[in-house]
Ligand binder design. Sequence first.
Ligand SMILES: Cc1cc2nc3c(=O)[nH]c(=O)nc-3n(C[C@H](O)[C@H](O)[C@H](O)COP(=O)(O)OP(=O)(O)OC[C@H]3O[C@@H](n4cnc5c(N)ncnc54)[C@H](O)[C@@H]3O)c2cc1C
Length: 650
Amino acid sequence: MPQPRVIYWFRTDLRLHDSPALKAALDLKPEFMYPIWTWDPHYVYHARVGSNRWQFLLDCQNDLSKSITKLNPKSKLFLIREAPQTLFPKLFKEWKITHLVYEKDTDAYGRDRDNKVNEIAKEAGVEVITRYGRTLYDSDELVEKNNNKPTMSISQVQAAGAKIGGIPRPVSSPKSLPDPGPTKLSFTQQRPASSPDINAIQRDAEEKSYTSLAGPNGDFAVPSMEELGLKPATTSHRGGETIGLKMLDEIIENEDYTATFEKPKTAPTAFEPQATTLLSPHMHFGSVSCREFYWRVQDVVSKYKGKASKPPVSLTGQLLFRDMYFGAQAALGYAFGQTYNNPQCRFIPWHLPSEIDTKTGLITGKYLVDNAEAEIHFKRWKEGRTGFPWIDALMRQLKLEGWIHHLGRHAVACFLTRGGCYIDWERGAEVFEEWLIDHEAACNIGNWQWLSCTAFFAQFFRCYSPVAFPQKWDKEGEFIRRYVPELKDFDKKYIYEPWKAPIVDQKKWGCLVKGDGSEGAGGATQTYPKPMFDFATQRDICLQGMKNAYHIGLYGNDPKVLDGTWRKLFDDHAEGPTEGTNGPPGAMVKHEDENAEGNGAESDNQETPTAPKDSKKRNGKIGTKEKNEHKRQASQSTLDSMVTRKKKKA
Ligand SMILES: Cc1cc2nc3c(=O)[nH]c(=O)nc-3n(C[C@H](O)[C@H](O)[C@H](O)COP(=O)(O)OP(=O)(O)OC[C@H]3O[C@@H](n4cnc5c(N)ncnc54)[C@H](O)[C@@H]3O)c2cc1C
């Protein structure tokens, strides 16, 4: 019997320690083993990935490649620049492969891709071996033990987990690795189309990663940021198993921290060091195994003499939340990532609804501007110039560093959706997808649904104030001074409400509160924007909208949501694009000419939102004038009204 010739396909498991799939590959006792990565155009062009996450990925790949070479100087991470779906049939033949081994992935795209590759392998007579290792439990098994339903609460995860049995202990790291066989590639590369390129905005030079199969030097090296044409990363958080394991060691060394960790008590305003572990990007890329993390924490907890914390607030509880979202995604597939056709997601007629491809039933990644004011709010939120320093500091930290504390994510997500702007959670999830270094589709989507009270959590009357909430953690406003340096000299009395500071003081502290922040920094005197709305008024509008939508009680898969007749149930004056009695599917708004060439639906520019029929004509407001005045009058209240109100109260 000839010895196996194995491809080990690395994906989101960029590590050598605790890899059940890698162990399965080594257990085959292969003659040759090729550790490979396929450079998939899906991620290069079609998934939103900012420079910071690209850098983290390249760090992980380079670190892994070095670790492989340490165990076998002939081996490395062989990075091959072609989509897996077209590459594998050729590669199986060329390298005479008998087995393909990889870690299971239940991500919606990952599952589709793997099903296709499994078919290709079958046709080629290649045996496929998979093991789960990305989550504590096999997400499919978790769903099965949850009566084949998505896991929507921690108690469901715990109950289903108990039926499965214990979380397996980590497997040990390999001490040696087999040689790779001959690595010649005589077939031609199938180059992907580079358009549409959703990541064009991340680049300042031409993208050249597909110039040849084995890279410019023919050595299968990991591409550089320059080759990808990407702007340089701005984060100091770097990737790789070596760094990740060192971070884990440092956490575990601090037994009190590890054993008594209570998430709600960790400060979202802490930086250098942050209050939580910051292991999330390592969880995403698999540069630290979640089971290694779980068991090392659990072992400290088991031996701890004092009172240890417990799930859901403990560190192991955090990992159970992660498994919960993976379980929900595994059960629902693509529908999990959107409201439309999602049986678990409440339908709320948010502003800036997603465009839906009615053929596939999936959101397209573009959205419609039902209200010009909402579009301005969205842009100001994204760019960190809402005029609320707490929100702006967080959004700037997110863009710069790619990571913010969980409660910071709560604050900005609540503010964008049900507790401020009444904008679709899908818009926020897309921004996080672009900027987070730890972006994990399941966790991002699930947490956005939680925060917008569309799934997992329903207490929409509990809102975060952008003033009182951060004050609880950081009275001095150190976090604001760090990320909104215009305000660094403001007295702590005004640090969360700088618009209240007397003009003489604003001048004294070198920053005037005026404008909308669009003019940017510079000039003799610095400026910081006025708040973009009166928060209290806007929160009331949101609360009313949520109450109304909850009362009507539709979910994403309701036939009325699917065909657009949900509008019948909503008063024309209700918040959101609720006018009329029917309309396009989901919360889409009508186009002047749906099929006209050049409308947003066909445009390549993913950044340009699609404008509705009336948005320009009516000065940014839809519906009849009368309706609009009624609907939006509260949100049109100005800073002056806020000041007046506060003054009256004082
Ligand atoms: C709107 C929103 C979007 C989010 N998007 C993501 C995302 O794309 N990717 C992501 O990993 N997390 C996401 N989270 C969850 C959470 O905020 C981060 O996992 C956490 O802040 C990462 O920091 P940490 O590693 O220091 O976490 P720790 O508190 O140290 O927790 C340890 C680990 O547990 C996991 N974890 C902790 N909290 C959660 C949670 N609520 N949901 C899922 N896993 C959790 C992470 O893997 C984390 O590394 C999001 C939260 C919100 C509110």
